[in-house]
Design a protein around this ligand. Structure first.
Ligand code: CO
Length: 419
């Protein structure tokens, strides 16, 4: 049986195979593949499917997020960072972290209310919001608990963990919406205002207090992600965007903003999302995500197939602004050399880095270290623990080391570095 009257799938496969081997043969023969006689595909024999109303991935590409086992409506799924290229996360691979599941919200009856210390309390429909000047920002969202497994040393940390399973509560999108400063002009926010409550419409009624300086700086309410309406998992039809600040404060399914002169002391900024220090005191309102980098190529489960040139690749980011430099160590942190940064280098966004080296079968611990434009640098495991306090696992931005074994397999090496 044929799936489509004009298409024989075996013919397509055969033609595709001929074409790819022919292309290899035309290139630098012997360097990256076998030289074969050139045989152009006979395109007259193979008719592909017609244009489609909605594109699809190649059937050979089946990416999946890592779903944290044993979780239900309050769980998480992780972006598979090791299979991505460039800086943008496909919308369906954006990480998810919910506190009470994903609400279904009809955009036709949706309203955003803004009230409190304002001259004109108002409700905005989605169409009202789309009439305001639109603005876009390409930036990351990272859960403040991202990479918290790295705080469970020395015993709790597996060596067979992928970059995405470790730090995949991190994704990058182009977000489009309205600057909050524009909306606050519209409602006439008081000059006495110092805090704003952002409240979601999920069953947990997620709420966070946001300082006014951030609200008036670069905060947005966004209705679009990577060119289309944001996905239900990302807060459809509207979410708060606080570039560079911990994911939890970027409230999804946004329904209410209340302007005030004091923080609201919500559950998720008192019992959760606070950072316990060694002396028993707590840090509260730790919003900004620290500089961090992650090697996504030449990390578990990649296996070095042969000796010779290899490229360490990864991403670096900071809630404090642009990435200024990334350094690479091939010897467990004793010596460092500068990696190449790939354009674009954007504010509060992932920046790709690259570093090529010659591997001759020796055992190596490789690391990357990010520095942002404010000269803040990613710390090693020991310094990071001392800085954050042993009682917290939030904001774990310690340097992530990987060990290349002599037989070519690679493991996560935090345990060895911390010892
Ligand atoms: Co925090």
């Amino acid at each position: 049986m044929k799936d489509f009257p004009l298409l024989d799938r075996r013919e397509v496969l055969k033609a595709g195979l001929r074409f790819s081997t022919a292309t290899l043969g035309m290139g630098a023969a012997g360097a990256f593949g076998q030289s074969v006689p050139f045989a152009p595909p006979d395109s007259t024999k193979v008719l592909g499917p017609p244009p489609s109303a909605l594109g699809q991935r190649s059937p050979f590409e089946t990416p999946q997020k890592f779903l944290r086992p044993g979780t239900a409506a309050a769980g998480a799924s992780f972006t598979p960072l090791e299979i991505l290229h460039g800086i943008i996360t496909p919308a369906d691979l954006h990480f998810e972290r919910h506190h009470a599941g994903i609400p279904v919200i009809d955009p036709g009856s949706f309203e955003l209310m803004i009230h409190g210390l304002v001259d004109r309390p108002m409700k905005f429909t989605l169409n009202d919001l789309k009439r305001f000047p639109a603005t876009s920002k390409i930036c990351f969202i990272e859960c403040s608990g991202n990479g918290r497994q790295a705080a469970s040393l020395p015993d709790g940390l597996p060596e067979d963990i992928t970059p995405g399973q470790l730090d995949g509560l991190f994704s990058v999108s182009e977000w489009t919406g309205v600057k909050l400063s524009t909306l606050l002009d519209e409602v006439g926010a008081s000059r006495r205002a110092t805090w704003m409550l952002a409240e979601g419409q999920d069953a947990a009624v997620m709420g966070r207090s946001i300082p006014m300086r951030k609200v008036l700086d670069d905060a947005m309410v966004v209705y679009a992600q990577n060119g289309e309406a944001i996905r239900p998992e990302q807060g459809y039809p509207l979410r708060l965007l606080l570039p560079g600040w911990e994911g939890n404060a970027n409230v999804k399914w946004l329904r209410r903003l209340e302007i005030s002169d004091a923080p609201f002391m919500m559950r998720d900024e008192t019992s959760k999302y606070t950072d316990a220090m060694a002396d028993g005191r707590m840090r509260m309102f730790t919003f900004e995500m620290a500089p961090k980098s992650l090697i996504t190529n030449l990390s578990y489960p990649y296996v070095m197939q042969r000796k010779g040139f290899h490229e360490i690749r990864g991403i670096a980011w900071s809630g404090g602004g642009k990435i200024a430099r990334v350094d690479i160590s091939l010897d467990g942190g004793r010596n460092w050399a500068r990696a190449a940064l790939q354009e674009p280098v954007l504010d509060k966004c992932a920046t790709c880095f690259r570093y090529g080296f010659d591997w001759q079968g020796e055992e190596r611990i490789i690391m990357s270290r990010a520095t942002d434009e404010q000269c803040n640098t990613q710390l090693g495991y020991v310094d990071n623990e001392a800085n954050r306090g042993p009682g917290t696992s939030y904001h774990n931005s310690a340097i992530r080391p990987w060990k290349i074994h002599a037989d070519g397999h690679i493991t996560f090496a935090m345990k060895e570095v911390a010892a």
